[in-house]
Design a protein around this ligand. Structure first.
Ligand code: ADP
Length: 484
């Protein structure tokens, strides 16, 4: 069952229920009220008849009660219109009746006469033939405590019945009409409200069918629930498309990067086939060796990236970062081989949960880059700093700022090297992205080092930022929240 049908049915059903409940309460209250009014009139009339008869005074002579006497009763025809009076003796014979009965009689019920003769009054609705109903009030005529006859006062319920029938008709048709109109209007309204959803569903089907991730719903309606759904769908498509494109690019780039050394190797093998001079052979072998090593490095890096993408990329054991930075510093000095000045400090004492080998690999990548893209004689500095929760930290992305949710360690590797142009910064951490391909390759870079740095930082719940100025140098900072 569609949402539209369900909504309409619910809403119409609830409305119908409310209207029916209201209608029934209204009808019953009205019927009771009208009947109570009739009963009140009858009681009053009955009292007047008794008073006029003077039964209670004791000087009552039953035979004297006749039509003339009844008609002479001081009853107000306006206050009690259409009230009939009938007197019966204790055997149940009618001895007198008001002239407005015109010779006919009020309907009687033997049970009520019985009740009346035992000295009790009663009120009853009796059928008067022809579908009409009469309300009859029966009271005993008591002479010295004994019931010698009955006073029956009646009023036709014709007007009341007609009124109730009309009200009932209006209520039933009103409820039916209101329900029908509400159902139709609801059906039309839900159609309008749900139309965009249909549109979104159709669009999603089309995107899936066409296998085209660049399509968007581009919903132009109000920003209500449906509008937000459409916008969320478009954002999701955007992310999917970016992820898909970067995956495609990554595969293409990887193949390309691996093909280059393969081409060199094949070329040198061809040379070797044509027996050359020993020097040329040695050169060809050296080239093959170098390219094989490069391929090995690329494959290792790709493997590392793949592992970082897995759901459980790293272990979380306490790692003494001051100690690790000390070790990194010594290794950096070895790598610099006296060509660069390497400095350490200030260092904040901190222990973070993580994978020591991965953390070291991450920082070593930064140090290697710093040395690689820095001219001889320039310097490379390693330092770290602790930020308490709530500090403003730099972060990648649009705003470039975020507040520390917990204590955060920032490890920086700065150099006074060639620097990076600001337009290259946003894509720097993408796999195989290089500012200067030839230079990177010549210096042994695989183009994956910064992707790995980012991957490891993220696996530790952290992130990487870079500050750089062309010709002046760069500072890469890894931000590691301390989860303990
Ligand atoms: P590569 O293997 O080419 O070094 P990376 O992922 O490590 O690949 O770095 C990507 C690019 O970022 C490099 O090609 C280089 O142009 C630039 N880069 C990285 N680190 C530095 C740095 N410290 N100084 C200047 N440029 C850098």
């Amino acid at each position: 069952m569609s949402i539209r049908l369900r909504l309409t049915l619910w809403y119409t059903g609830l409305l119908a229920m409310t209207l029916v409940t209201f209608g029934v309460i209204f009808y019953v209250t009205l019927a009771r009220g009208l009947l109570a009014e009739v009963d009140k009139t009858l009681r009053r009339a009955s009292m007047e008849v008794h008073r006029a008869l003077g039964a209670s005074s004791g000087n009552f002579v039953f035979e004297h009660v006749n039509v003339t006497r009844l008609d002479a009763l001081p009853m107000d025809e306006f206050a009690a219109p259409g009230v009939y009076v009938q007197i019966m003796d204790e055997r149940g014979y009618v001895t007198a009746a008001s002239s407005n009965l015109r010779g006919s009689q009020l309907p009687v019920d033997p049970a009520l006469i019985e009740t009346g003769l035992t000295g009790h009054e009663s009120l009853a609705t009796l059928a008067a033939g022809g579908g009409e109903r009469v309300r009859v009030h029966t009271t005993p005529i008591l002479v010295q405590g004994r019931a010698v006859g009955l006073v029956l006062v009646g009023q036709s319920l014709h007007a009341l019945d007609v009124t109730l029938r009309q009200v009932g008709f209006i209520l039933v048709t009103g409820v039916l009409a209101a329900t029908l109109v509400a159902g139709l209007v609801g059906w039309a309204l839900t159609r309008r409200a749900l139309e965009p959803l249909d549109h979104i569903a159709a669009m999603a089907e089309r995107i899936t069918g066409a296998d085209d991730l660049s399509q968007r719903i581009a919903f132009s309606g109000p920003r209500d629930e449906v509008g937000r759904l459409a916008a969320a769908f478009d954002r999701m498509m955007g992310r999917l498309e970016r992820a898909f494109r970067s995956q495609e690019r990554f595969v293409a780039d990887s193949s390309h990067e691996l093909r280059t050394p393969l081409t060199v190797i094949r070329g040198n093998l061809d040379l070797l086939k044509r027996s050359l001079s020993p020097i040329a052979r040695r050169e060809a072998l050296a080239a093959i060796m170098e390219e094989t090593l490069r391929m090995g490095r690329i494959v290792d890096d790709l493997l590392t990236l793949a592992q970082l993408d897995s759901p459980q990329p790293i272990e979380h054991k306490p790692v003494d970062m001051a100690n690790l930075l000390d070790e990194l510093y010594r290794q950096a000095q070895l790598l610099a081989a006296g060509k660069h000045r390497v400095t350490l400090g200030p260092i904040a004492p901190a222990t973070i949960p993580g994978d020591r080998d991965r953390l070291k690999q991450m920082l070593l990548n930064l140090v290697e880059n710093a040395l690689r893209y820095t001219a001889e004689g320039e310097s490379v500095a390693i330092s770290s700093k602790l930020y308490p929760p709530g500090s403003r930290l730099s972060a990648p992305g649009e705003h470039g700022r975020r507040y520390a949710e917990r204590e955060t360690l920032a490890v920086s590797v700065s150099d006074t090297g060639i620097g990076i142009a600001s337009e290259d910064l946003p894509r720097l951490f993408e796999p195989f992205y290089r500012v200067d391909k030839a230079r990177s390759r010549a210096r042994g870079g695989t183009g994956l080092a910064l992707s790995i740095v980012q991957g490891i930082a993220q696996a530790h719940g952290g992130w990487v930022t870079v500050q750089s100025e062309l010709g002046k140098g760069s500072t890469f900072t890894v931000w590691l929240p301390i989860f303990f």
